[in-house]
Design a protein around this ligand. Structure first.
Ligand code: G4P
Length: 288
């Protein structure tokens, strides 16, 4: 699902999330493990403020495991509970429940001291489109939830979906917008398929992907497209031309670009993480 975000939509989405926050104990913030920063909403801290949060690095099955570990440490250092999971399987569900309990430990202790009995945790999933909110909710609830509410602007009374005895989920996820200001973020989101292809030129996107892989995973690029070590020093546009020629596409760079993007999205070049801790600027690191 791709939503075109305009200022009016953003204001409305923000209002809806703010309204729903009142009803929950904890926010499950979903991000794409391949883009732990680029797939975050830029205003989430401001929107959710002090509400306890569990950061879920979803689609970890597609990301580089070493990078996922580093990003988990990054979010922990910011004081958040964090897990990495694949919402398409049951593997992370137990850990998710444990981490949600952990995130609410202090609140539970305070409640107990005031004689308040523990009840099921109330949570809502929040994230930009395509990070896997519906997939995770279906997984936690154990059935296919209605898709009708999965759009900004559809409001109804709060309804709770039960997930085991200790967790209840708000039936509609909070959908917020991604960061737009940095063109590289747009390319990263497009490369993973999170935003529509027609927002960007295919060749720009393929070149971006080639330059990324030749920098961080050069051997995979040479294996896949039969490139020599010297070829990998070529600038992105030349690399695109070379691959196009090797594949017999001649000067049909559009076709070569589509193939490369498809390969990256389908994991033909292996698991990858586009946001790199080592590329954070000192400002972002000092937030740790
Ligand atoms: P959203 O509600 O946040 O917008 O995301 P949604 O659950 O619709 O998921 C978007 C796409 O991401 C879906 O793929 C979904 O299957 C996939 N997905 C969600 N979580 C994971 C995960 O942990 N790992 C992997 N590999 N994929 C995940 P789709 O192609 O749109 O649909 P489908 O082909 O699965 O039907």
């Amino acid at each position: 699902m791709t939503i075109q975000w305009f200022p009016g939509h953003m204001a409305k989405a923000r209002r809806e999330v703010t309204e729903k926050l009142k009803f929950v104990d904890i926010v499950f913030e979903l991000v794409d493990a391949r883009l732990p920063l680029s797939s975050r909403n830029p205003m989430l801290d401001q929107i959710i403020q002090q509400k306890p949060r569990l950061v879920i690095l979803n689609k970890a099955d597609l990301a580089d495991p070493k990078e996922t570990q580093a990003w988990q440490a990054y979010f922990k250092a910011q004081g958040h509970e964090v897990i990495a999971m694949n919402a398409k399987t049951n593997d992370g569900v137990k850990k998710l429940n444990q981490s949600a309990q952990q995130a609410l430990k202090e609140k539970r202790a305070r409640d107990a001291a005031r004689g308040i009995k523990p009840r099921a945790i109330r949570a809502m999933c929040i994230g930009i489109p395509n990070v896997g909110k519906s997939t995770l909710m279906n997984r936690l609830v154990g059935k296919k939830i209605a898709q009708t509410g999965n759009k900004p602007g559809v409001t109804k009374g709060q309804q709770w979906l039960r997930s085991g005895k200790d967790l209840e989920l708000l039936d509609t996820p909070g959908i917020l917008w991604p960061k737009f200001e940095d063109p590289d973020i747009g390319k990263k989101l497009a490369l993973t398929g999170a935003i529509k292809d027609d927002l960007l030129h295919m060749d720009d996107l393929a070149i971006f992907g080639l330059e990324f892989f030749s920098r961080f995973y050069p051997e995979r690029l040479s294996d896949r497209y039969k490139l020599s070590a010297e070829d990998l020093f070529l600038p992105g546009p030349d690399l695109l031309m070379l691959i196009s020629e090797k594949r017999g596409f001649r000067d049909d760079y559009q076709r070569a670009s589509e193939m490369i993007i498809h390969d990256i999205r389908q994991g033909k070049l292996g698991n990858y993480t586009l946001d790199r801790i080592e590329e954070l600027n000192p400002d972002e690191i000092s937030h740790q």
